[in-house]
Design a protein around this ligand. Structure first.
Ligand code: SF4
Length: 330
C-alpha cells in the first residue's frame, strides 16, 4: 500500500507533499469540511478559508458570525461553531498547537473518534486506525466482512508501525479511486492478491448494508358518521401529520387498536368488516372502520357535513379517501 501510495497518491490542497510534514491545522480543517461534502466541493472552499484564517490563532480571533457565513453550504453550522471553539481551546489551553494523541484530541470541541484518529495518524504519524466510508469499503471487501462492527478491528490489524499516516491516506485514496462502490478497478489494485472478495468475485456485495428496520405499526379507528346523504368531516389540528386538512374523524394512532373510545359523538357504532392499511414515511397504519348514523346536532364543534356523493371534492388525504371507499358508500 505504501509503495502504491508513493506513486498514485492524490494531490489534495490540504495534503503535505511527499516527505513533507502535514500541517495539523489543515488536516483538521479538511477532515471537518469533508464530513458532509465531497472533495471537489471542499477544494476551493478550503483554499479561501486558509487564505483568510491560516492557522489556529487567526481562527481563534475570528468573529463567529464571519465564520458562520464562510461555512454556508458546507453542512451543519454546529461544525463551524465547533471549529471556532476548538481553535480557541487550542490557543487557550494548548499553547496554540494540537495535542498529538487520539485521546487528547477527542477532548477538544467537535472532534469525534474518526477525526481524532485521522489527525493523530495524518498530522502526527501516530499508529491510529482511521476508518472512513472509503476505508470501510476496502476493509469489508478485503476480509469479506458480513458485520460492520468487525471493520475497525480488522482495519487495526493492517495499521503499520511504519508511516501510519501515509497508510491511512493510502487506504482512503484506494477506496476513493480504485475500490469504488460500483465497478471497483480490481486489476489496478495493490491488494488484489490478498482480497477475499476479489477471489470470490462478489466485491460489490460488500460492505453489507444493514437490513432496513421494519416500520412500526400503529392502529387506529376511522369513524364514518352518516346523516342522510352526508358524512361528517373534521379538520385536523394545524400541527402534526396531515395538519389542517379535512379528514374523517379518527382517534389517536397508537401501538394497540384503540376501539371506539374516540368516536366523535355517542351513537350505535359498529365495526365494518373492511380494514384499511396505509404506509407513511415512519410507520405503517392499520385502521378499522366504525359506522353509525348520528344526529346532525351531535356533531362536534368545527365539524362539517359533506355530501357523500361529492366526497371526491373534499380533498381528503389518501388514507381517508381509502377509508371512505372501503365503506362501499361513496
Ligand atoms: S481487489 Fe478489488 S475489491 Fe479487493 S480491495 Fe482491491 S479494488 Fe477493492
Amino acid at each position: 500500500m505504501l509503495r502504491w501510495y508513493d506513486t498514485h497518491r492524490r494531490t489534495l490542497p490540504w495534503r503535505a507533499g511527499p516527505g513533507e510534514r502535514a500541517d495539523p491545522y489543515r488536516v483538521w480543517l479538511s477532515e471537518v469540511m469533508l464530513q458532509q461534502t465531497t472533495v471537489a466541493t471542499v477544494g476551493p472552499r478550503f483554499a479561501a478559508w486558509v487564505a483568510r484564517w491560516p492557522d489556529f490563532a487567526s481562527l481563534a480571533r475570528a468573529d463567529e458570525a464571519d465564520v458562520m457565513a464562510a461555512w454556508a453550504g458546507l453542512g451543519y453550522y454546529a461544525r463551524a461553531r465547533n471549529l471556532v471553539a476548538c481553535a480557541r481551546a487550542v490557543v487557550g489551553g494548548h499553547n496554540g498547537a494540537f495535542p498529538r494523541t487520539e485521546a487528547e484530541l477527542r477532548a477538544l470541541p467537535g472532534i469525534g473518534d474518526y477525526t481524532a484518529a485521522a489527525i493523530a495518524a495524518i498530522a502526527f504519524d501516530e499508529p491510529a486506525t482511521v476508518v472512513d466510508a472509503n476505508v470501510e469499503r476496502v476493509v469489508a471487501r478485503l476480509f469479506r466482512l458480513e458485520d460492520k462492527a468487525a471493520t475497525r478491528p480488522a482495519a487495526a490489524t493492517l495499521t503499520p508501525a511504519e508511516r501510519p499516516g501515509d497508510f491511512a491516506q493510502a487506504m482512503m485514496d484506494l477506496g476513493a479511486t480504485i475500490c469504488t462502490s460500483r465497478g471497483p478497478k480490481c486489476l489496478l489494485c495493490p491488494l488484489r492478491e490478498q482480497c477475499a472478495a476479489y477471489a470470490a468475485g462478489d466485491q460489490e456485495r460488500y460492505p453489507v448494508k444493514p437490513a432496513r428496520a421494519d416500520k412500526p405499526t400503529r392502529h387506529g379507528t376511522i369513524f364514518w358518521a352518516r346523516n342522510g346523504g352526508d358524512v361528517l368531516l373534521v379538520r385536523r389540528p394545524p400541527k402534526g401529520l396531515l395538519g389542517g386538512m379535512r379528514a374523517l374523524p379518527t382517534g389517536p394512532w397508537s401501538a394497540e387498536p384503540p376501539g371506539l373510545a374516540d368516536a366523535p359523538a355517542p351513537a350505535d357504532w359498529h365495526l365494518l368488516p373492511a380494514t384499511v392499511e396505509h404506509v407513511f414515511t415512519h410507520f405503517r397504519l392499520k385502521l378499522v372502520l366504525a359506522t353509525a348514523a348520528i344526529d346532525r346536532h351531535a356533531a362536534p364543534d368545527g365539524a362539517l357535513w359533506w355530501p357523500i356523493e361529492s366526497l371526491g371534492e373534499a380533498g381528503l388525504p389518501t388514507v381517508f379517501a381509502k377509508a371512505a371507499s372501503a365503506t362501499g358508500e361513496p
